[in-house]
Design a protein around this ligand. Sequence first.
Ligand code: GLA
Length: 403
Amino acid sequence: MPAEPRPLPRTAALEVATGQPGQPGAPDGAAGLFARQYGEEPRAAWHAPGRVNLIGEHTDYNDGFVLPFAIGAGVTVAAARRDDGELVLASRQADGADARIALGGLAPGAVTGWAAYPAGVAWALQEAGYQFGGASVAVDSDLALGAGLSSSAALECAVALALTELYGLSVPRPQLAAIARRAENDFVGAPTGIMDQSAALLCQAGHALLLDCRSGIGTAVPLDPGAVGLSLLVIDTRARHAHVDGGYAARRQACEEAAAALGVRSLRDITDSSELAGLDPVLRRRARHVVTENSRVLATATLLREGELARTGPLLTASHASLRDDFEVSWPEANATVEAAIEAGACGARMTGGGFGGSVVALVPAESELRVRAAVAARFAREGWTEPVCTVVAPSAGARRVR
Ligand code: GLA
């Protein structure tokens, strides 16, 4: 990914990872920075969460199904209007790397570094025909960067809410998600799907979001692990791989090639892996992941609706195996985490996010949580890897005004 705001020191970022805006590390940080930076109080502050994808990986750009949920940690922006037509940006995670951008001259490539995400949102709003003036913006984040929890989408979505609400623009949330995605795709230049921005803007507390990425229809599906004696544990493997961008784009291209070879608009149109027989072996494995993952997402959503969360475990683990063996976007620390978690009693576990580094999500009986954490830590110690960071997450609310 292109440069993003520098993270808080790791402990600070993770201590508040399940917290709510208003607690140390995030929210007053944005308002406090605003006051110091601009010498006045912000008009308001908005928070957009990070996300964990429960299941449905690399399906969004294939018009398929995803099932993410929002977490407590995220990005908060404090903002006020300004009348000089400029977007002025400061971030607690990018000391001194402030930016001042004329809204009149925005074009892809004109802004680089972390400021490209907010500037891209302004550009995409303009491209969608919305008119608005300048803004002073202060940013704070308690999301670990590179952990696969969508810090860039959270930044985009918090800024999108700030600009639209400051100027009284009424933009339906699905459209705002598309605008934030456009910022990332066409302004920043990362060829991602619609999942992360949709999760940040559309998720509800106590629910996952079943999103049909072809129709754009999102449905809230109950996800309340605590109510049934389970925990969702996010394990940041601390592995950050340099070739993320190239690997993601290559997988996306392989999927497009497979769809073209099969004569369908996208891999969403294939529901049975036997239809993939004629593809060359690599494309066949890539496509098989997408086809089987879509059916795992739908099966998981059905179980959630039936109140059978524990029974989703094997689907999560099967998703991981498919990402490891067919799609080949997993990494050694994630594979070891999944193995150790299952051996220690997890119902299921899988890598979450685009892959090549980041986090694993494990569904764990509450009474096995300590055992799973210890087993994963012991495995990392044996391998000589940096200690992983485990956080229990709760399905949380989507983006909102917080001040
Ligand atoms: C990244 C992208 C998403 C999605 C996932 C993989 O998070 O931003 O659009 O493609 O990878 O599921």
